[in-house]
Structure formats: structure tokens, C-alpha cells
Ligand binder design. Sequence first.
Ligand code: NAD
Length: 453
Amino acid sequence: MRSRSAPGADSYTAFVNRGFGRVLARRLGLPRPAILRRYTPGAPLLAGPVLVVGVGAGADALAGALLAWQLDVRRHATPGERLAAIVVVLDELAHPDELSDPVRAAGASLRDLAGNGRVVTISRPAAADQAPAPAAARHAVDGILRSLAKELRAGSTANGLMLADGVAPDAPNTLGALRFLLSARSAFVDGQFLSVGTPGQAGAIDRARPLDGRVAVVTGAARGIGAAIARTLARDGAAVIAVDVPAAGDHLAAVANEIRGTALQVDITAADAGERILAHAAQRHGRLDIVVHNAGITRDKLLANMDAARWDSVIAVNIAAQLRINEALLASDLFTRSPRIVSVSSTSGIAGNRGQTNYAASKAGVIGMVKATAPLLAGRGGTVNAVAPGFIETEMTARIPFATREVARRLNSLQQGGKPADVAEAIAFLASDAAAGVTGNVLRVCGQNLVGQ
Ligand code: NAD
């Protein structure tokens, strides 16, 4: 069933960013969600200087690496100078007392942060086997980052990198993830951490077409987020196999034609879905590098009224099918060259949602699966991650009644719903060599949705 409201239509945001609407919103003190800057190929990474805050060898080395990207790098702020980004390097923390100087230095420059600006912290995760003081200092960054993301306005975001011990702030794996967080590709990622380790090594990356030569499968590609993923992976250079149910055949063919990919009509719950996907990839391309498990369904009902059909179908599509397909992938010789799996979870799988025990079970299950699959892929230089979208403007969310939808789409730090392209950009990043150090992560694309974390 289709809604009459076009997916992605957020007329309030458009209204308060134009002439009379802007004046009215300001006078009445209404929220003014910003128009987010989104990625366009060829646009500069940042539209102004980047301030690198932090003492120690790591901060200096990182500043040097950013200079090599031809960015305008500052080690000290000049009050009043507009900044496009602030990077706070906190990789050597030993005690919470050490936070004051670098964090307040970053804070003093926040007024100079341009709209759609970026703040990125670089720190290390606290570990149970650490002394209490460094563990406290490291975990303190969590609270700083999440509060700062809620403080920023005008489309600016704050996100963090958590570097495993031994990964330097200027290591290729760090830089690959940092570039994503600084870029317009992460427009709807806010208040989140990415863990960076050493499962693979980011090499030289063709920045215009980072997926050149790769073969990617996207399930549920006929519409919504899946169609956006297929388009984005193709834009980044991948040959895309677009998968969806036979009933969506026309839409699927249209997407596949548009991106010069191929369409494969498969119900992913079929027992041989994995084998059919592999056979198609082998026949058409002789390789398979990326699998994006995006297909998903909702069948909402309070648990008190839940019937078997609703429960079973959601589990079958959203998690059991992924598990079975992954088993086939792991058993195949085709899927062995730095393979990438990205699974679409949901903030419902993290925070829960009334009426969605079945859906939340499946989406939380995806997170469990991803964490347990990461070591299985590491041996072949591969990675597996989950992306958890919050409120995204699609046909799925356009069906939500108006008042509920309007509240749900504003309940995040960016005060708006994300676009399918925002989820797609995060997935394209995780599928690329830039994310060679990122595995077993759950990356929320939710504008820092106020539920969950
Ligand atoms: P959608 O309903 O618009 O599209 C889902 C696609 O998956 C459809 O084309 C459908 O035909 C396909 N599909 C369903 N069952 C299938 C099966 N058995 N085999 C093959 N294909 C199948 O949904 P969407 O909003 O684009 O969501 C895409 C994914 O993102 C889903 O996993 C969803 O749970 C997740 N998600 C969406 C939101 C949101 O706000 N829209 C938020 C969080 C997570």
C-alpha cells in the first residue's frame, strides 16, 4: 500500500529554512532543523580550516596527515576564524584530569564552527583489565562526545573514533574512518563511535570510485533504502547485483537498469537463496566482494496480540535468511578476497519499540550475528558490520500516521528524518577499503536518535 505523501517530504524543514518561515520560526523559538550538506562527487572534503586539538605525538602526526590531504590545518585557533571541523586527539589519556585542557580548547572554538561542521574525537576504549584512572579517562570521552553532539546546532555533528591499542591516530585505518566522519557522507551520523582495529590494512584508495572493480549484492534493492544503497555502491564503482522478491520485479529491473547492474529475483527466505546469489555472481562476474543484507519487513503488533504468522515472517526475513546466506558465503571460494558484509539493523533493535518485539528481536539478532561473524571473516581479511538506521524517510515510514511520524522524525539531535542516501553512504563506506579497520561495529545512522544511546 502506498502513501500519498512522497517519501522524503519534510515540508517543515523546508519551510523554516526559507524567507517568512525562517523569520517566524526564529520569533516563536521553534526548532529549525538545518538543511544537511550531503556528499556530491568532486566537492571538497571540507569547506574551511580544520583545527586539531590535543597534545602529544599522535596529535602532531594526525595534523601532518591532514595536511597531506591538502586541508587547511590549524594547531591553534584564531578566535573569529570560521572552522569547518575540529579534531580532538585524546589517544594518550591516563587520568580524567588530563581532559580539561584539550576538551575546553575544543569548546572555546565551537562558536566558530561553521554550519554542517564536524567535531571528531580520537580516543581509545576503556578496558576492564586497565587501571581505574586511565579507564575512567577513556570512558569519560563517551559522555563528552554524546553530550557535545546534543549541543551542536545548524547541521553540525560530533562523532568519535575508538582506536584499538597499537593503532595510531595517523594510521591508514584511522584515516580511512576519519575521512568518512569528516565528510558529507556522514551527514546523518551523529553522536556515534566507530571502533578501529587492524583486521585489514587500508591501502591507496581511489577516492572518486572507491569500489571500482568490486561486485556487490544488495538485497531488497527494488525500492527505499535498498535502491539507494544499490545506486550509491554503483556510483562508487561497484557492479551491483540487485536482489528482491519476484513481486517487485518491475521496480527491481528499473533500479538495475538505471545503475547498469543486474537484477536477480530471489526471495531471500528460500533455502537455496545463498547458492542462487553465488551462482549469479559466479556466472556474471566470476567474483563476489560485498554483500549488503538490507531486505527487511515489519509486522507490528503488541506481544499480547502477536500471532505466529507475524512473528515467524519477521524472523525469517530479517535474521534467519541472513544467517543462512552468510553460511553459504563463508563456504564459498568466491567470497574470499577481503570480503565485506554489511547488515541493516535498526535503532529498534537497540532501544526496543512498542509493538515491535518481533522486529526488535530480529534487528537485535542482526547485531549478535555481526559480532560473532567478525572473527570468521577476519581470517580472509574481511569485515562484517551492522548499520542501524533511525527514522529514515521511506515508504515504510511514510505509512506512519501524520502526528506520530512528525514526532518520530524530530526526536534526534538533527531534528529531522534521514534520507535513504544517508544509510547508503554509511554502507558504501563500510564496504570500502577505507573501512579496512572497522569490523564487528554497529554504526547508527540516526541523527543521534534520543532513544537508546
Ligand atoms: P521497504 O519496505 O521500502 O523496502 C524493503 C525491500 O525489501 C522491498 O523492496 C521488499 O520487496 C524487499 N523484501 C522484503 N522481503 C524480502 C524477501 N523475503 N526477499 C527479498 N526481498 C525482500 O523498506 P526500507 O524502509 O527501505 O527498509 C530497508 C531496511 O532498512 C529494512 O531492513 C528495514 O528494516 C531497515 N530500516 C528501515 C528504517 C526506516 O526508517 N525506513 C529504519 C530502520 C531500519
